[in-house]
Design a protein around this ligand. Structure first.
Ligand code: ATP
Length: 434
């Protein structure tokens, strides 16, 4: 049986985590129904007596296995016993998304989290130190760099929300002892026994073997993850200062400055810029090929792509950007200038109207060449010339949309960067909900 002070330290830990959460801020516990999150909710409910906060539980029903209904029943019972409001989100897991079943379930889970937990609120997840050790080993076995080895952070900003893992420094055995001591009920997920899954194989075979020889193996691996996280922060700081020295614009990195850096700083900078822009970083081989091309012929037409991102070079700068969605040259749509714009990549809030604001029937079509726009104070201008003057990169010029009113072009819209590049005299345009 665990010594009594263990219980106090776990409860005290959660008390402290809650006390550090600003009063009035909503705290959600992501409740799978397993031991860890059932315990976390129990401790959080208890801590709420001393540090009152609006506490909610959130269960995601993946519907992937027959046992799923049992998880929900357990979550409902536990939450009602603790007096915590429970919300259940049903999700459809896309098995064909190329992420594997686990990855697809995770994706669906996070999408559901972000629907329920709104910016300004906090979400608690129940991962612990052994989960971290497994994550570290999985990353090492994939050959990850420090970012991957850093594993899961104890807390981070997540699209305006806080994501926290208050149990991350505690061992699974501590949580089990606490759960048993307090007579907690939980559900064992049958899929956790499936050793065909890498994480389960590590959990059931590898880590116990390591622990036979190194009793503190999990603790040591988790502490290596912490060191990796620290190193990763330093690397990011260095990359940010390199970017600053190169003008500070992640969307446009000057090549002469980039190739003058040492190779490892070049690689770090490109990965950093991708992260800043919300793009997946290039795999090592693509990155090596990109940098070799930049070094050899910085003036050449470079185009390297991976995942949803691509790298292009234009006028001495590297552009890292989302890969363009294909837009057929005969694409066109009717639009009243007010409704969301139905673009091939999804709807976009934008507006275009004559200066008096009345809605008119417009046609939006891919630029064909030869269009002229009448600009305020500048008269009729050839759109092609205008784009050159504005230094619009060639791949953006190819994908430009022109808004027509009757037979007259009245504006040019750039769908990738979601901006109006030019608007004719007597017209008003905007992007976003206003
Ligand atoms: N279906 C779910 N609904 C809500 N939260 C979930 C769900 N699945 C996982 N989580 C959250 O994500 C964390 C990590 O998930 P993971 O799959 O590793 O845990 P688990 O073994 O299913 O559950 P537990 O951590 O409760 O034992 C969980 O601790 C829990 O906070």
């Amino acid at each position: 049986m665990a010594p009594r002070h263990k219980r106090e330290s776990l409860q005290a830990l959660i008390d402290r985590a809650l006390a550090e959460t600003p009063p009035g801020r909503v705290v959600w516990v992501a409740l799978s129904g397993g031991l860890d999150s059932s315990l976390l909710l129990t401790l959080a409910a208890e801590a709420c007596r001393r540090h009152p906060r609006p506490l909610h539980a959130l269960h995601i029903h993946h519907g992937l296995q027959p046992a799923a209904a049992g998880f929900e029943v357990h979550c409902r019972r536990l939450a009602s016993r603790l007096g915590v409001p429970l919300f259940v989100e049903r999700v459809a897991v896309d098995r064909d998304a190329g992420l594997g079943l686990e990855g697809a379930a995770r994706e669906a889970r996070y999408a559901a989290f972000s629907r329920r937990v709104v910016p300004g609120e906090t979400l608690w997840l129940a991962q612990h130190r052994d989960d971290q050790a497994e994550t570290f080993l999985l990353a090492a076995l994939r050959g990850s760099g420090v970012r991957g080895l850093a594993g899961m952070p104890p807390g981070r900003e997540w699209q305006g929300r806080r994501l926290e893992r208050p149990l991350l420094s505690h061992a699974r055995t501590e949580l089990e002892a606490e759960a048993e001591r307090s007579g907690l009920a939980w559900i064992d997920d049958p899929s956790n026994a499936d050793e065909a899954l890498d994480r389960n194989f590590l959990r059931h075979r590898v880590l116990p073997l390591l622990a036979q020889r190194w009793p503190h193996a999990a603790e040591a691996l988790a502490s290596s993850a912490r060191y990796a996280a620290e190193a990763d922060t330093l690397i990011e700081t260095l990359a940010e200062s390199d970017l600053d020295a190169l003008g500070g614009d992640p969307a446009r990195v000057p090549l002469t400055g980039l190739v003058a850096l040492a190779p490892e700083r070049q690689r770090t900078l490109v990965r950093h810029v991708c992260r800043r822009l919300g793009l997946a970083g290039p795999p090592a081989v693509r990155l090596a090929s990109l940098l070799a091309q930049l070094e050899a012929r910085p003036d050449a037409r470079v185009r390297v792509d991976w995942g949803n991102a691509e790298a292009r070079v234009w006028r001495g700068c590297l552009y890292l950007r989302p890969k363009s969605t294909i837009m057929a040259s005969d694409w066109r749509t009717e639009w009243n200038g007010m409704a969301p714009l139905p673009l091939p990549g999804g709807e976009l809030h934008a507006a275009l109207a004559p200066a008096d604001g009345r809605p008119v029937a417009l046609t939006l079509a891919v630029r064909q060449g030869g269009e002229w726009l009448r600009l305020a104070g500048r008269g009729g201008r050839d759109l092609k010339r205008l784009l050159q003057e504005m230094s619009v990169p060639p791949w953006e010029r190819e994908r430009l949309l022109v808004a027509w009113y009757d037979d007259t072009p009245v504006a040019a819209f750039q769908p990738d960067s979601a901006r109006w590049l030019a608007v004719a005299e007597g017209w008003r345009a905007s992007v976003g909900e206003e």
